[in-house]
Write a protein that binds this ligand. Structure first.
Ligand SMILES: [Zn+2]
Length: 117
């Protein structure tokens, strides 16, 4: 599991810090002072991944003979707990861009001086 880092200075964050910072969508890096935002996509991917893994584990358990429901439930509960505890690691810091809609991407030199808008 890749631990989250600041998109600017690559500073690592400790677990309690991640837990705290994950509650807000934006913030400022304590190391370099630059603004970041929390990626929502990364969290969705994490949750979907966790569900898929739990499903696969349970599916795999079905092939073990003498498997019983309480055991599968216990495994599921343990799995959910593990994913819940690891959830802060799903925090992904992204650079918080000040709103600039694609203007910066295409740097076309003005062909003539009349391109005013
Ligand atoms: Zn930083």
């Amino acid at each position: 599991m890749i631990s989250p880092t600041c998109p600017y200075c690559k500073a690592r964050f400790l677990y309690p810090e991640l837990k705290q910072r994950g509650k807000k969508h934006t913030g400022v890096c304590p190391h370099c002072g630059k603004p970041y935002r929390i990626s929502r996509l990364a969290r969705v991917v994490y949750i979907l991944g966790a569900l898929a893994i739990l499903f696969l584990i349970n599916y795999g358990l079905l092939f073990i003979s003498d498997m019983n429901l309480p055991f599968m439930l216990a495994v599921t509960v343990l799995g959910v707990t593990a994913f819940y505890l690891l959830f802060p690691f799903s925090v992904r810091f992204r650079k918080a861009e000040p709103d600039k809609p694609q203007a910066k991407k295409e740097k076309k030199p003005a062909k003539n001086g009349h391109l005013k808008k």
